[in-house]
Design a binder for this molecule. Structure first.
Ligand SMILES: *[C@@H]1O[C@H](CO)[C@@H](O)[C@H](O)[C@H]1NC(C)=O
Ligand SMILES: *[C@@H]1O[C@H](CO)[C@@H](O)[C@H](O)[C@H]1NC(C)=O
Ligand SMILES: *[C@@H]1O[C@H](CO)[C@@H](O)[C@H](O)[C@H]1NC(C)=O
Ligand SMILES: *[C@@H]1O[C@H](CO)[C@@H](O)[C@H](O)[C@H]1NC(C)=O
Length: 222
C-alpha cells in the first residue's frame, strides 16, 4: 500500500494534466471566433455584419463530417458531396425545423493538418479559394454559420462556412432552440464551447482506464 500510492497518484495526475493540455489548446469556440473575424472583415469596408445562425453552423459541421476523409497532405479539401445534401440531409441531421430551411447559395471549406488560429483559418480560406473574397463580401449574404472539427486524433482540422440570404432568426431554426446534439466539433451561434463535445472519446477512455487501474491497484493492495 505504502509503496504503491505514488504510482496511482502519478497516473491520475498525468491523465488530468494530459486532459488539461489538450483542452487548453482549443479553448472556447473557434467557430464563433471565425464569425467575428468574418464580420470585422466586412464592417471594415462598411458592409453589414452577417447574422450568426446556429442552424447553418450545425449544417456546416455536418458538411465537415462528410468530408473528414478528404484532406490531402497539402491541406486541400477534395470532397464534393452533392449540393442538395446541405439542405436535404444536413439540415435534418441537425434538427432544423423543416419549414425554416432556406437555400444555401454559397459555402467555403478548408482543412489543415496543423491547428490554425481563427485568423489564420480565415486567411487560408480567403487566399486559397478564388471566389472566397466575393462570398465574404457579398451583399446578398445576410446570414452565415461556421463549423469546426478535428477529424481524427492527429487531425486534420476542418473549417466550413455556409452562407444564406435568409432573414436572420426566421430561417434554419433549430428545434427547441438546440436541435440535435452533435457528437464532436463545434459550430457558431449556439453558445456552446467546443470543449464539451471535443475532447474526444480517446481521452475519456484513457481517463476512465486510469481511474479503473488506480482503483483496482488500490483495492488489490489494501
Ligand atoms: C494539392 O493536392 C491536390 C490533389 O492532390 C492537387 O490537385 C493540387 O494541385 C495540390 N496543390 C498544391 C498547392 O500543391
Ligand atoms: C472523398 O475521397 C474519396 C477518395 O478519393 C472519394 O471516393 C469520395 O467520393 C470523397 N468524398 C466526397 C464526399 O466527395
Ligand atoms: C479581409 O481579410 C483578407 C484576408 O485576411 C485581407 O486580405 C483583406 O485585406 C481584408 N479586407 C479588409 C477590408 O480588411
Ligand atoms: C428576430 O429578429 C428581429 C430583429 O432582430 C426581432 O425583432 C424579432 O423579435 C426576432 N424574432 C424572434 C422570433 O426571435
Amino acid at each position: 500500500m505504502r509503496g504503491s500510492t505514488p504510482s496511482w497518484v502519478l497516473l491520475i495526475l498525468v491523465t488530468l494534466l494530459f486532459r488539461r493540455e489538450v483542452s487548453a489548446k482549443i479553448e472556447g469556440n473557434p467557430a464563433n471566433e471565425i464569425m467575428t473575424v468574418i464580420n470585422s472583415n466586412r464592417t471594415s469596408i462598411k458592409l453589414p455584419k452577417l447574422h450568426d445562425n446556429a442552424g447553418l453552423g450545425c449544417m456546416a459541421l455536418q458538411y465537415i463530417t462528410e468530408c473528414s476523409a478528404n484532406c490531402t497532405s497539402n491541406n486541400t479539401v477534395t470532397c464534393r458531396p452533392p449540393e442538395i445534401d446541405i439542405t436535404e440531409v444536413y439540415a435534418a441531421n441537425c434538427g432544423v425545423e423543416l419549414p425554416t430551411v432556406d437555400t444555401v447559395p454559397n459555402h467555403l471549406i478548408t482543412c489543415s493538418w496543423n491547428y490554425l488560429s481563427p485568423e489564420e483559418a480565415f486567411s487560408k480560406i480567403y487566399t486559397s479559394d478564388k471566389k472566397a473574397g466575393s462570398v465574404f463580401h457579398s451583399k446578398e449574404n445576410v446570414e452565415a454559420g461556421v463549423g469546426f472539427n478535428k477529424a481524427g486524433r492527429h487531425g486534420p482540422y476542418f473549417w466550413c462556412i455556409l452562407f444564406s440570404s435568409g432573414k436572420g432568426n426566421s430561417t434554419f431554426v433549430l428545434e427547441g432552440g438546440k436541435g440535435i446534439e452533435q457528437k464532436s466539433g463545434c459550430f457558431s451561434g449556439g453558445g456552446l464551447t467546443c470543449n464539451s463535445g471535443f475532447q474526444g472519446l480517446v481521452l475519456e477512455f484513457l481517463f476512465v482506464m486510469a481511474m479503473i487501474f488506480s482503483t483496482t491497484s488500490l483495492l488489490l493492495l489494501v
